[in-house]
Write a protein that binds this ligand. Structure first.
Ligand SMILES: Cc1cc2nc3c(=O)[nH]c(=O)nc-3n(C[C@H](O)[C@H](O)[C@H](O)COP(=O)(O)OP(=O)(O)OC[C@H]3O[C@@H](n4cnc5c(N)ncnc54)[C@H](O)[C@@H]3O)c2cc1C
Length: 335
């Protein structure tokens, strides 16, 4: 039996650009349809008012059609509002699934939406397929990435599935129609009726920025040690306006929280500059930072793998080198 799938993806944007994960989700939806050899349609739902160039990039992004929920208030994320608008739109339609990126700032959206739809929720998925009985089957990491589980979804309503951003490709090889049809919806929104709403956005100090949002990241590995030794990395970060991330051992040792883990089972980041300190450069780590524009690495082992993808490598003890670097940065600032 050939299934005619209708897969919805949630397109996200920052006003001037559509997030890369959006194109990854479109590619993923297309892959699901083409693997089955069936026909189907990929619908991108976008909310808010992105700039013209951003919207044009979505129109060329490989979706078959776009639903644009247009309202100024939607430029700022609100889980309650987004979920209720998506629910009004999707409820009662025979969709195969709704895909979105597992984004830290929006992690409440998928659970809210699936609850409203009385459907299944899968978070941090790595791959989706459909079995012979037309049930969605998702693969996702468990036990901090040491194991993977296969989950069969057994609901009549379309499941809501959030994808791990690190598995989404930034390049979408698929082309949609030349002139992607756009359906515009202009909702009436009463923000005062929401149970919670953002009234002010306070800019964070760079070191508190999420590692995905920071343009400079200081990354510490097991070589940066525990406690005091890691403090010098925080000091460096404060001096140069960087956020601090780490390898998995650093997270396992509870030196940094999980949301600061870089790598295959952590975050994928692409800052302008990353400074790796005491990081060996295992595949699982490099998968999360290889798109960084400039890479500096400090490691006492001249054969460390991290040097293979570094623009500048410093061989030596980070406990000696990082304080010298901080001193030099302070001198330059004073000059
Ligand atoms: C399924 C799976 C998923 C995984 N996911 C991730 C992931 O998302 N992210 C991740 O990071 N890892 C992940 N890992 C673990 C990964 O394989 C590596 O074990 C890990 O990245 C190594 O971390 P590290 O570089 O901090 O430690 P190590 O490999 O122990 O390296 C420490 C480095 O510090 C150097 N060093 C030591 N002392 C100093 C000093 N004083 N000065 C300078 N250099 C020094 C050493 O020469 C060494 O190169 C995963 C593993 C598996 C199996």
């Amino acid at each position: 039996m050939t299934v005619n799938r209708d897969i919805w993806i949630l397109a996200t944007h920052t006003g001037d650009a559509v997030d890369e994960t959006t194109f990854g989700l479109i590619a993923e939806a297309r892959d699901i349809i083409s693997r089955e050899g069936g026909s189907g349609r990929v619908t991108a739902v976008i909310m808010g008012i992105p700039e013209d160039a951003a919207f044009a990039s979505l129109k060329n992004g490989g979706a078959d059609r776009i639903i644009h929920i247009r309202h100024e208030s939607l430029n700022r994320y609100n889980g309650e509002l987004f979920a209720s608008l998506l629910f009004d739109l999707a409820n009662g339609r025979s969709l195969s699934c709704i895909l979105l990126a597992h984004n830290e700032g929006r992690s409440d959206l998928a659970p809210r939406l699936s609850a409203m739809m009385n459907s299944a929720l899968i978070t941090r998925a790595m791959a989706i397929s459909f079995d012979k009985e037309n049930r969605a089957v998702a693969i996702r990491p468990v036990s901090n990435g040491y194991l993977f589980e296969e989950v069969v979804i057994n609901t009549d309503n379309p499941p809501v599935i959030s994808y791990l951003p690190s598995v989404l490709s930034a390049v979408n090889p698929y082309k949609g129609p030349v002139d992607t049809p756009v359906e515009i919806i202009s909702p009436e929104i009463d923000e005062c009726a929401l149970s919670a709403r953002v009234i002010k956005v306070i800019k964070s100090a760079p070191e508190n920025l999420s590692i995905e949002d920071a343009s400079i990241v200081v990354a510490g590995g097991r070589g940066a040690g525990k406690g005091d030794a890691f403090n010098i990395l925080h000091e460096l970060a404060r001096e140069i306006g960087a956020s601090v991330g780490g390898t998995r051992p650093v997270i396992d040792l509870q030196i940094l929280p999980f949301e600061r883990q870089i790598g295959q089972t952590g975050k994928t980041i692409a800052p302008d500059l990353i400074i790796n300190c005491g990081v060996s450069g295992a595949n699982e780590y490099s998968a999360g930072m290889e798109k960084s524009k400039n890479v500096i690495s400090i490691n006492k082992d001249p054969r460390a793998r991290i040097f293979r993808f570094s623009d500048l490598g410093v061989v030596g003890d980070l406990n000696e080198i990082v304080p010298l670097l901080i001193e030099r940065v302070r001198e330059v600032k004073e000059e």
